[in-house]
Design a protein around this ligand. Structure first.
Ligand code: NAD
Length: 483
């Protein structure tokens, strides 16, 4: 088993810094419930220190670093992460409980984010605008200054990469508050950033509880932009706190994403993707495909095929690298079980479920994946984000009903459409209210290059791709009169 350090401190001004309170948070291994490390418990005093360091960097060395040099630092950082994939992947896997290969995939994705944003740093430019005679008007994109990043526990490295990678490429100095449940990899990633050449203060990490360090970051008047990924309730609170000092926010708040399968779909291609979209990371993925909408003519057949796949799924400790690992913590396990109990109490039946290995450690947070069929659209399981390995199947009669069901959700993050009919693909893609639509695929393997974000309760603003750089900059218009 990986020998991780037992104590993790904040990372401010390129050095490890102890919590001002002197207190720590126990880090639990979701695979067995054991405490294997301690994390600095940050408070407002630590956030203040990090914001001061970031401001100094933004106004100083980092602010004067040219885009090409910022890009080179990010590119070097990506290479260092790529060299450390085995270490980072194992740490992420232990900290989150995800199967080892998913931890390794996350580390590789992080390297790719730095590579992508390293390449983009010197390609972000403004425009000239035709105006009256005797004027030249141009726009330039400037960094916000100091950006805050509140990161959840499900994909610490990937979400750090997409948000901090873009913010740094655009020239911001960052203060990051990762989730208390899983963030160890990020401390190591920050050390690699310093090694790659990030000057002190460009990147600062304060660990701690959401209600303490997270709230202090959202409240801090020295923060110029906040990027938040997490639950709709906390997102609302963060946006309200930021509004008190007119700080813009980007919110990525999860989803209840539909996969819509028509009669003419290639089921052989669709089936493994439908299953993976809900079991990856034990369903704790904002873009999980948690609703499958199936045309009446193939409903029974596809539900039967899904049931066969679900019955073969196995759940075990992160190191056993099975189909699913444990959930992140006791609270999440309880939440998923409550949803399943409520559904069963309301008359729904579990059509198929996978199995937890019989010899898993007693203290782990294991939940077998479940498939529920014929779930009506007014059921809680159809409407609410479970954030666990629970897939609901619902039948539709025609395209109009498929679209209506897809949009019958408070969320709007991602959708998948499976059909060979090109005109129908485009009608559905245009009609669905989400930030991304995938036609005959789902998730595009993470898609570092693809703008990502939601509508409705899934949030607003876009991360990933080149588009993210616009969100991490502010546009200045310069009008020069020269007649
Ligand atoms: P959360 O939204 O409370 O936490 C996300 C991040 O926000 C963490 O870093 C947390 O420390 C921080 N935070 C919490 N309270 C804060 C506050 N008052 N001010 C500033 N930051 C604060 O999510 P959770 O409690 O860890 O999980 C609850 C549910 O959220 C899950 O069941 C799931 O539905 C959803 N979730 C979604 C995503 C996603 O990717 N969209 C990720 C994690 C959780």
């Amino acid at each position: 088993m990986l020998q991780a350090p037992s104590k993790y401190q904040h990372f401010i001004d390129n050095v490890a810094v102890a919590a001002a309170s002197g207190e720590s948070i126990a880090v639990v291994d979701p695979s067995d419930g054991s405490v294997f490390a301690q994390l600095a418990r940050g408070t407002a005093a630590d956030i203040d220190k990090a914001v001061i360091a970031a401001r100094r960097a933004a106004d100083g060395v980092w602010g004067k670093t040219t885009p090409v040099e910022r890009g080179r630092i990010l590119a070097r950082w990506g290479l260092l992460v790529a060299d450390a994939v085995a270490e980072l992947g194992a740490l992420e896997s232990r900290d989150t409980g995800k199967p080892l290969r998913q931890g390794l995939a996350d580390a590789n994705a992080l390297a790719r984010y730095f590579e992508f944003y390293g390449g983009a740093a010197d390609k972000l430019h403004g425009q000239t605008i035709p105006y009256q005679n005797g004027y030249t008007v141009l726009t330039i994109r400037e960094p916000h200054g100091v950006t805050g990043h509140i990161i959840p526990w499900n994909y610490p490295m990937q979400i750090f990469g997409r948000s901090v990678g873009a913010a740094l490429a655009a020239g911001n100095a960052c203060v990051v508050k990762p989730a208390e449940d899983a963030c160890l990899s990020l401390i190591r990633v920050a050390e690699l950033g310093a090694q790659a050449g990030l000057p002190p203060g460009a990147l600062n990490i304060v660990t701690g509880l959401g209600s303490e360090a997270g709230q202090a970051l959202a409240d801090h008047p020295g923060i110029d932009h906040i990027s938040f990924t997490g639950s709709p309730e906390t997102g609302k609170r963060v946006a309200q706190s930021a509004a008190a000092h007119h700080c813009p926010v980007t919110l990525e708040l999860g989803g209840k994403s539909p996969q819509i399968v028509f009669e003419d779909a290639d089921l052989d291609a669709a089936l493994p993707v439908l299953v993976n979209a809900i079991i990856q990371n034990c369903g704790q993925t904002c873009s999980a495909g948690s609703r499958v909408l199936i045309a009446a003519g193939i409903y029974d057949r596809l539900v039967g095929l899904l049931a066969e796949r679900f019955q073969a799924l196995r759940v075990g400790p992160s190191t056993s690298d099975l189909d699913l690992g444990p959930l992140i913590n006791e609270k999440q396990l309880h939440r998923v079980r409550e949803y399943l109990s409520a559904a069963q109490a309301g008359g729904l039946e579990i059509a198929a479920s996978g199995s937890v290995l019989p010899d898993v450690p007693g203290g782990g947070f294991y939940q077998a994946p479940a498939l529920l069929a014929s779930v009506p659209s007014d059921n809680l399981l159809f409407q609410q984000e479970v954030f666990g390995p629970v897939l609901v199947a619902t039948r539709f009669q025609d395209e109009a009903q498929a679209l209506a069901l897809a949009n019958d959700s408070p969320y709007g993050l991602v959708a998948g459409v499976w059909t060979r009919d090109g005109a129908r693909q485009m009608r559905m893609a245009r009609g669905i209210r989400t930030g991304q639509v995938f036609l005959n695929n789902y998730g595009a393997g993470g898609g570092v290059e693809l703008p990502f974000g939601g509508v409705k309760q899934s949030g607003y603003g876009r991360e990933k791709g080149f588009e993210a750089l616009y969100g991490f900059t502010t546009l200045k218009t310069i009008a020069m009169r020269h007649d």
